[in-house]
Design a protein around this ligand. Sequence first.
Ligand code: GLY
Length: 359
Amino acid sequence: MISFASPTSDSTDCSIIGAGVIGLSIARRLAAAGLSVAVYDRSSPGQEASYAAGGMLCPRLEFQKESKLSEMGEISLQLYPDYARELEEETGLCVDLRLNGVLNPLSCDASTTEINAAEVNGARLVDGETIRGLEPGITPEITRALYYEEEGSIDNRALTAALAAASEKLGVRIYPDCEVLEILVQKETARGVRTREGDFSSAFVINCAGAWAGRIAGEVEQVDIAPVKGQMLMLDCNGFQDKLPRHTIYSHQTYLVPRQDGRVIVGATVEDKGFDKSVEPAAIEALHREAAGMFPFLQDIQPRESWAGLRPMGKEDVPYIGALSPDGYYAAVGHYRNGILLAPLTQELVAREILGTTG
Ligand code: GLY
């Protein structure tokens, strides 16, 4: 294992900054490989973008054109069944993975070129009768949709809870309310983190701090990450079992993601508002209205929760995952709208680099 120049009782092999889905996935993966890992979070684990997300897993629908990002999304989706099953086995917690298909209702002006491109991308064009067979509660005004049969969703909040539980079982130390102020560097090598609670040394430091990743001091290569606000709401549809959405429904910027317990998550705005996380009634009402435009029964259900989260957007379309300078410093940042989808692939990419280093 790794040897430290001057280890303290708080030394670990690896310090991870940020206990969201990305940080916790990497923590669990590295701990399972035998490394000692500590995770530092500025608030409570999983309470930022990982809490705010909808949990959609639909790379083909989201990325209509082939790109590095679409390829990453596709690979990560393939990893999801094992990732979710193993987590459920390790913790006894259900993460509600549903790969039962995603419906993308088409507006009447959808072009043949657009539809053909989606079909090439794996979608099936379905008519009104098929749509109502899949979704009895949907408005009859929707007469055409693209159906991505292998895509779906996961309950991101349950996923975060399972990742934290599985990590702790493997001996990962998770420090809540422990903001990392600086990455410590000695002899041009990352040596640990300075937090509000003190210094912690480690052989590796991995920055998984989401929208806050660029705000950590230290003589390290900086990452340029901007927050992009998303407001969302939750409707509790218990009692409407015959009408509630059975699939993820994705229409332009509004999406509905059903959970197995009867909740329906509706998202999301995309706003450049810095670190502002205020929730505006007008934005929530607009999303609610759009959702009810697709599923009319939703108009009578009052939102039970509304919130805003900050997507971490980097300079490139693809997240940055891997080594930065100096030696020992890594990042998994800039996942923007795709942190939940890309978590299984991200953990593998980081593990490959770090475990390669440790031999
Ligand atoms: N992944 C969906 C969103 O960021 O709103």
